[in-house]
Design a protein around this ligand. Structure first.
Ligand code: 6PG
Length: 234
């Protein structure tokens, strides 16, 4: 694994235990960031795994432990579809988290990917630099069967981005649509990253990454302080 920090690997027998542990971790990072810097900058992930984490953070007891009034929400990636489209990561977060919160977060920085991948990536770069000049405090990430994370897919030119914090991605993934993704420089500037993944179907990618190979995109996420893998065995 190419990460500058040694990853912490936490294994759980079932998704519920993984989600509860991840929720505790999010609350811990949030309260320390809010105390230290007056805000908590969180990048949400798409996919199915984060859904129960969002629902858990939006419900007791976690909802009242989170400093939502100091939390700035970003996304790690977004599909180039309208924000109400079922394929939209923002739509998923609305349904599972945002619409359930007792009060709105400090700021919601939606990736306006429906504008087109290239203009949306350029615009998001500006938003990131303006709203989180000190970098993201915590990036939530998933793992694809092919080792992708966010919308950083094997072989994609976005993997080679060295400067920009957000990049366009042409027609990749499922659904196969254009996307906008944060880049490795953005994740390198992050203080922490949590990967949440259920092992079934991802054994090859997961075992390769945890064995230390750096070939897959998810293996190249290297935050400044902590990198934690939350793995459910089922
Ligand atoms: C996306 C996600 C993507 C996801 C993985 C894992 O927009 O689809 O950012 O990287 O995290 O594909 O998805 P699951 O959680 O559904 O396995």
């Amino acid at each position: 694994m190419a990460a500058a920090v040694k990853p912490e690997v936490l294994r759980f027998p079932a998704p519920r235990e993984m989600i509860l542990a991840a929720a505790e971790g999010v609350v811990g990072r949030a309260t320390s960031a809010a105390k230290a810097r007056g805000r908590f900058v969180l990048a949400l992930s798409g996919g199915s795994t984060p859904r129960p984490l969002h629902e858990t953070l939006a419900a007791a007891p976690f909802v009242s432990r989170m400093p939502w009034d100091k939390t700035v929400l970003f996304w790690g990636d977004e599909r180039c579809v309208p924000p109400a489209d079922p394929a939209s990561n923002y739509a998923m977060a609305r349904q599972t988290l945002l619409d359930r919160l007792p009060r709105p977060p400090l700021a919601i920085a939606r990736m306006e990917a429906e504008r087109g991948a290239a203009p949306a990536a350029a615009a998001y770069e500006d938003v990131l630099r303006r709203l989180s000049p000190d970098g993201i405090d915590l990036a939530l990430l998933g793992l694809g069967e092919d080792g992708h994370t966010a919308s950083l897919f094997p072989g994609d030119p976005a993997l080679d981005e060295r400067e920009r914090l957000a990049a366009p991605v042409s027609a990749r993934g499922n659904p196969r649509v254009d996307r906008v993704t944060l880049t490795f420089p953005a994740f390198r500037a992050a203080r922490a990253a949590f990967f949440l993944t259920r092992r079934p179907g991802k054994e090859r990618a997961l075992d390769s990454i945890l064995a230390g190979s750096s070939g897959l995109p998810a293996a190249r996420v290297a935050p400044r302080e902590t990198l934690t893998w939350f793995i459910s065995e089922s």
